[in-house]
Design a binder for this molecule. Structure first.
Ligand SMILES: [Zn+2]
Length: 181
């Protein structure tokens, strides 16, 4: 992509942002009655990595199918692969949605909690911009915010301790955002 195309895509993303935010707000609101704080799920290992307040304030919703905003209908034609992917989990702000294979999977909960911290640090508009630009530039698994979540998830699965996890995610997320601005 050349610079002119970059600028065009960037302004398309900016224009679509309010619609995407609205879709997300509605989706989260429509499921609020089903949302359960992660602290109440009884997972044994998550408290070794996350603060109790993070686990109390992050919520999970079990659904049959995880939904993403209809981005192509919102004027963003570049995300059809993303739209068609069947995700096992997705995080919108402090709430994450899980499809059946991940309903009781502690490791997926860990992964989505990393995204909760990222949303928290960046605030919704910049999270969405940083996520979208990363997705376009690097693809799903190598987009910076996903790569961070997957790398930490692998450490969690390997049973490694991650001292100051919250701080580490904060710092890395700020660096990712800075690199894109
Ligand atoms: Zn992820």
């Amino acid at each position: 992509m050349d610079e002119k195309e970059d600028k065009e895509i960037f302004s398309q993303l900016q224009q679509a942002l309010p619609g995407v935010r609205k879709w997300i707000d509605r989706y989260v609101e429509a499921h609020a009655h089903l949302a359960v704080p992660v602290a109440e799920l009884g997972f044994g290992r998550l408290p070794q990595y996350f603060d109790q307040s993070r686990l109390k304030n992050s919520k999970t919703v079990k659904v049959d199918r995880v939904q993403v905003p209809p981005l192509s209908k919102m004027g963003l034609p570049y995300f059809t692969d993303f739209e068609e992917t069947l995700f096992v989990g997705i995080t919108y702000m402090d709430t994450f949605f899980l499809a059946p294979p991940a309903h009781d999977c502690e490791s997926t909960h860990f992964h989505e909690l990393i995204h909760v911290i990222q949303w928290d640090i960046l605030s919704p508009d910049s999270f969405l911009m940083v996520y979208a630009v990363g997705l376009l530039a690097h693809g799903y698994e190598n987009s910076p915010l996903e790569r961070m979540a997957y790398e930490l998830q692998r450490a969690f699965e390997a049973g490694r301790s991650i001292p100051q996890l919250e701080l580490q995610v904060r710092e890395e997320t700020m660096l990712v955002a800075k690199a894109l601005s």
